[in-house]
Design a protein around this ligand. Structure first.
Ligand SMILES: Cc1cc2nc3c(=O)[nH]c(=O)nc-3n(C[C@H](O)[C@H](O)[C@H](O)COP(=O)(O)OP(=O)(O)OC[C@H]3O[C@@H](n4cnc5c(N)ncnc54)[C@H](O)[C@@H]3O)c2cc1C
Length: 88
């Protein structure tokens, strides 16, 4: 019997969720976990200057997919069966 792999990723900004998504693609059965120190996941830090500069006032837009879905732990669970633990 094959043992299920457990893949743990430290950090959940840009590189972490990317690594987790890749891990899911190559192993559909693995348990994939992200530990993210901050409360936000997949934060588009490149957009911060536009937020700070007042081009938009909804900070949540920095966390959304192009279709407006917030990339929170529930999103990662639903979309990719990834256990993303924030503030961790
Ligand atoms: C204002 C600004 C503008 C930018 N513009 C661009 C651009 O135009 N184009 C471009 O390509 N790049 C741009 N960047 C850079 C881009 O955002 C970074 O390259 C990218 O965020 C790097 O992602 P990362 O996941 O490697 O690291 P980080 O974004 O640094 O994320 C690391 C994450 O790991 C977490 N973490 C760290 N230690 C631990 C731990 N021990 N346990 C749990 N979690 C931990 C941190 O809290 C953090 O959330 C910009 C960045 C900024 C700030």
């Amino acid at each position: 019997m094959n043992k299920k792999r457990k893949i743990i990723i430290i950090g959940g900004s840009a590189a972490g969720p990317k690594a987790a998504a890749k891990a899911r693609r190559i192993d559909n059965d693995a348990e994939v976990i992200i530990f993210q120190k901050d409360p936000d996941l997949s934060m588009a830090s490149c957009g911060y200057p536009y937020y700070v500069g007042g081009y938009f006032d909804d900070r949540n837009m920095l966390l959304c997919t192009p279709t407006g879905v917030t990339r929170d732990p529930q999103f990662y669970l639903n979309a990719k069966d990834i256990d993303a633990q924030v503030n961790t």
